[in-house]
Design a protein around this ligand. Sequence first.
Ligand SMILES: [Zn+2]
Length: 69
Amino acid sequence: MPCYDFRCRSCGATFELSRPMAQANDPAVCPEGHQDTVKLLSTVAVTGAAGAAPQPASGGGCCGGGCCG
Ligand SMILES: [Zn+2]
């Protein structure tokens, strides 16, 4: 189940909720009980391909780097 970040505009708190995607845009209630909240962009959406770290080439595990040879 995806996580969504919300921010409370009443007290400024940010909090995270796990909910089905179908309810992603439903109103969320702040842990303090405030209902004036906004949904933030998920961290998944923020970190796009531009920030992707290069992955090491697949070399067959340990021996790929020559540590066994
Ligand atoms: Zn609040």
